[in-house]
Design a protein around this ligand. Structure first.
Ligand code: SF4
Ligand code: SF4
Length: 504
């Protein structure tokens, strides 16, 4: 084999594509967002860096504590095909937002993989077309190998939502799922990620919602994470709505504080030994309620404290054949490589569109930088600090009806005349016009008075959603410097700032 042919075949097998499209425009937008975050000049136009496309609100499971699928009433409300995002609407949103956006998240309300392979492929196609990467948060019950083939090349992150690390607990908390089947899906996926690790980087994590029924599985979740090759576990406390989920009151972590502290200690000690990062609420410590008195109402599963010590180890309980897992993951990798070889080059029209749009927004960046250069330099000279929220100015979560949210904790916004739920969720000032992404573009909606008034109320401390929100953070100047620099468009030269549009 001649040298050229050798290199050609070597690269033909690589999964990583050439530089994805629209990367420069994304950096321009990141610089604009960074300037707006620092200066709080809401006249600076920005586009979302993260876009959530709520592809479906349906879910394959019926977890008892789930606020949207746990009871027959709420399940009926959310389990509605008309709320699945229409492909034409998704393509409109993608065309407007994704050239600027770095990340696309699929549904955060239902199960994002509750969709056909063809439907998923349409989302993946838009991500590739506009150079955005995808984050998926899934219960993994529907994570089939044919879906992995589409997802893996565009995935930035995958979050496995697992509310138990052993069959008795998992099957009680995740009604409708089977522990062994779900973990097998994840194991094949993580093995495929390992096989592709020279070509792509996909971050994975386990998201573990802790309640009275599964708190004793916390140390075992660390064991499971190690078995799956996942290096990060994020732990949240379950939210039990005490008015509407009376039968589950006993599962609220309010009644399991000292048990949490004991299990947390065991879990963190194991995690340290395995090099696994666990992000979890702090211990209750001396303030822990003792003795714990759960109110009347059954837990989903009641287990002794010694539960963890009495289980067979994870590998034995699951009984997977490693060769079979490896063979199935290898098939996924082969299929990805075949698809990559069959990909077509970008059209000349697409390339022209990218260049024109990038130039248009570079001019916006030049103006914003010129306007604020002195003020920003002064901010850094004085080493000031300021309240900030990661979501603001950079996040857009869209539903099929055109309603949207600007953060994870704030109100749903949209067309008051079209959405019956809207009026209950937000009181809109009389001078703020209704906005719906069904009629407006993402650019217009994101710069609308509805959106800027929400952001302004954060700045002025009058936004009730923000008052007790953990996303509100006091940031030192170093944080703002990092966000400016990470765009790779703005450089610090001593106390001076310089716009480096030409990339020099
Ligand atoms: S998997 Fe998530 S969305 Fe589905 S029922 Fe369970 S908690 Fe709800
Ligand atoms: S601090 Fe305010 S804007 Fe940020 S996530 Fe919380 S509610 Fe939303």
């Amino acid at each position: 084999m001649g040298m050229n042919i050798f290199f050609k075949s070597l690269f033909a097998d690589k999964v990583a594509a050439d530089t994805p499209p629209y990367q420069r425009l994304k950096r321009v937008n990141a610089a604009l967002v960074a300037i707006r975050k620092l200066t709080r000049d809401l006249t600076i136009p920005v586009m979302p860096k993260t876009v959530v496309l709520t592809n479906t609100q349906m879910c394959n499971l019926k977890c008892p504590y789930c606020g949207s699928h746990g009871s027959p009433e709420v399940k009926a409300l959310y389990h509605d095909k008309s709320k699945n995002m229409e492909l034409a609407f998704m393509e409109k949103l993608a065309g407007e937002a994704l050239p600027h956006a770095e990340n696309v998240w699929l549904s955060l309300i239902g199960e994002p993989l509750m969709t056909t392979v063809e439907n998923l492929e349409a989302y993946v196609h838009q991500c590739r077309k506009f150079g955005a990467r995808m984050t998926v948060s899934t219960n993994a019950g529907l994570l089939s190998e044919d879906k992995m083939v589409f997802l893996l090349p565009v995935l930035a992150e995958i979050h496995f939502s697992l509310d138990g690390a052993s069959a008795p607990i998992f099957d009680a908390c995740r009604l409708g799922a089977q522990f062994g089947k779900v973990i097998r899906n994840i194991k094949i996926m993580t093995e495929a990620i390992r096989l592709l690790s020279d070509d792509i980087r996909v971050d994975s994590r386990i998201v573990f919602t802790l309640c009275g029924s599964n708190v004793r599985d916390f140390p075992r979740m660390v064991e499971l994470s190690r078995f799956l090759g996942i290096k990060r576990i994020q732990v949240n406390f379950v939210h039990i709505n005490m008015e509407h989920q009376n039968a589950l009151r006993g599962d609220s972590m309010t009644f399991h504080q000292s048990t949490y502290d004991r299990m947390r200690e065991q879990a963190l000690s194991l995690a340290e030994g395995y090099g696994i990062v666990v992000v979890c609420p702090p211990p209750f410590g001396e303030t822990a309620t003792s003795p714990e008195i759960p109110p009347p109402g059954p837990l989903m599963v009641e287990l002794p404290d010694s539960y963890f010590q009495t289980r067979p180890d994870v590998e034995t309980e699951l009984g997977f054949d490693p060769d079979e897992i490896h063979a199935r993951a290898s098939q996924v990798v082969t299929a990805i490589r075949q698809r990559r070889r069959a990909e077509k080059a970008r059209s000349a029209a697409d390339i022209r569109h990218e260049k024109a749009l990038t130039r248009q927004w570079e001019k916006v960046l030049e103006q914003a930088f010129a306007k604020h250069k002195d003020g920003m330099e002064q901010f850094f000279t004085q080493a000031s600090s300021m309240q900030e929220c990661w979501y603001l100015d950079s996040y857009l979560d869209v539903r099929n009806d055109g309603d949207f949210r600007l953060c994870c904790n704030g109100p749903t916004m949209g067309d008051v005349t079209a959405s019956p739920h809207f009026r209950e969720r937000i009181a809109v000032a009389a001078d703020v016009a209704a906005v719906t992404l069904r009629r407006q573009t993402v650019t217009d909606a994101f710069q609308s008075s509805l959106c800027t008034s929400f952001v302004r109320s954060f700045d002025e401390g009058t936004n009730p959603s923000c008052t007790h929100c953990s996303a509100r953070t006091l940031r030192e100047s170093g944080y703002f410097r990092e966000t400016l620099e990470s765009s790779d468009m703005i450089r610090f030269e001593g106390t001076q700032l310089r716009l480096a549009l030409s990339g020099e």
